[in-house]
Ligand binder design. Structure first.
Ligand SMILES: [Fe+2]
Ligand SMILES: [Fe+2]
Length: 418
């Protein structure tokens, strides 16, 4: 609050000087207190706040500079003026220089000058008080602002953690749903379950090679896991027969599995994108596939990727085909059944999946280094297949494996070739 104090304390041993000063200021809006004794004046200062102290220099009890110094110790904020005769100017100057006194006024004074000096001194007192008040206000507001910022930061941090928790929950329910469907396939036909897991991993590797990013990679991987989910609606005997061994009616039934898979997954929250890829995984690049006879870029890239991984896996599990032949056959299908650009990417990626006959060694996650080759499948605690056997561990995969480990831990040893 603004300080409106306008009290002046005047000290002079000569009563007539005090009277004339009082008379001078009678019409001014000041509260004037006078006292002829410096000692008594000091007592008054102990309980009466004043804005200005005017003191005579030459007094019998103590001189003015000494009195004002003592007054300063009681009320440091009050402005101090000394009244002095010409003979004592040097003492008054010294007091000013030491900062004890605001200014001095010589006796006899000019009334107008004295009034102007008193007004200035009172104004100076209020200005200084106001500055002090504003300074304290700024300090206080800065402190409040700092607290506000800290609270805000804490709230943002709390919200971020909450969002991260919800996201993790959502992610885990997403993975759980996929896991349930994969279990269903595994129970229905173990060979189908194994195929699904391998195609998921191969599809992701291929999708990375085709420079898909972020969530697109997850969608392709999930669609790779679930691409044949529709087969759980087809009798096992028909599934196990090779294409040429099925009757026309059986083949027609078998060919319904992409659309069946689409129907199963499309109604599941967050799996709508996955369902679209599942529906198109048997479309051919040249338009001769099913169910919609899509061709080239009409087929979603994710589905073209899964198609290559699917064919690769079917060929790889056959004992009658050498590894080189698998890649050769893949190459021959480019442009007809398969997308040539995805096949080129696949030949590069799958060539790096080495078959090794070296002895295996058990290591921990922390021991894994780039270019190590997995001697066994790498799975998480819940059975999620992260990398197939014989995969070469690239630095980027190691990072991903560590991230998966935080959500779905890898328990026990990891087997790599020596
Ligand atoms: Fe299929
Ligand atoms: Fe398949």
């Amino acid at each position: 609050m603004e300080d409106t104090t306008r009290t002046i304390l005047m000290v002079d041993d000569e009563e007539n000087i005090l009277s004339s000063l009082q008379r001078l200021l009678r019409r001014e809006n000041y509260n004037v207190i006078t006292n002829a004794s410096p000692e008594k004046a000091l007592e008054i200062l102990k309980h009466e706040p004043v804005s200005l102290i005017i003191s005579d220099q030459r007094m019998p009890e103590m001189d003015g500079t000494e009195f004002l110094e003592k007054a300063r110790q009681i009320q440091p904020e009050a402005i101090r003026i000394i009244l002095t005769g010409y003979a004592d100017i040097s003492a008054a100057m010294a007091a000013i220089n030491q900062g004890q006194v605001y200014r001095f006024i010589t006796k006899p004074w000019n009334d107008l000058d004295l009034k102007a000096n008193i007004k200035q001194a009172i104004d100076f007192y209020h200005l200084r008080k106001e500055n002090q008040r504003l300074f304290e206000l700024t300090v206080q507001q800065n402190t409040e602002l700092k607290e506000l910022n800290e609270n805000l930061e804490r709230k943002v941090e709390e919200r971020t953690q909450e969002i991260a928790r919800l996201y993790k929950e959502l992610q885990s329910s997403y993975f759980k749903t996929i896991r349930i469907f994969m279990d269903l396939m595994q129970m229905y036909d173990p060979a189908l379950g194994g195929h699904a897991k391998r195609v998921a991993v191969l599809s992701r590797l291929l999708a990375e090679k085709c420079e898909l990013q972020g969530e697109e990679l997850d969608v392709v991987e999930a669609a790779g896991s679930l691409h044949d989910i529709g087969l759980i609606g087809i009798p096992r005997e028909i599934i196990r027969k090779k294409g040429s061994g099925r009757t026309a009616a059986e083949e027609a039934l078998y060919r319904q599995h992409p659309a069946l898979g689409y129907a199963i997954l499309n109604s599941v929250p967050k799996l709508d994108q996955v369902s679209i890829l599942v529906k198109s995984h048997h479309e051919w690049f040249d338009g001769a596939g099913y169910p919609d006879r899509l061709k080239k870029e009409e087929i979603p890239l994710g589905a073209r990727i899964i198609a290559v991984a699917d064919v690769y896996d079917h060929l790889s599990v056959r004992r009658d085909i050498s590894r080189e032949d698998v890649l050769h056959r893949l190459h021959k299908l480019a442009g007809a059944e398969l997308d040539p650009s995805v096949v080129s990417a696949a030949i590069e990626v799958f060539s790096a999946i080495k078959t090794a006959d070296r002895a295996e060694v058990a290591v921990t996650l922390a021991d894994l280094r780039p270019d190590m080759v997995l001697a066994r499948e790498l799975k998480t605690h819940t059975g999620r297949l992260l990398m197939p056997k014989d995969a070469v561990l690239k630095e980027a995969y190691l990072e991903k494996i560590k991230r998966f480990h935080e959500i779905d831990p890898i328990v026990g040893w990891i087997y790599v070739y020596r």
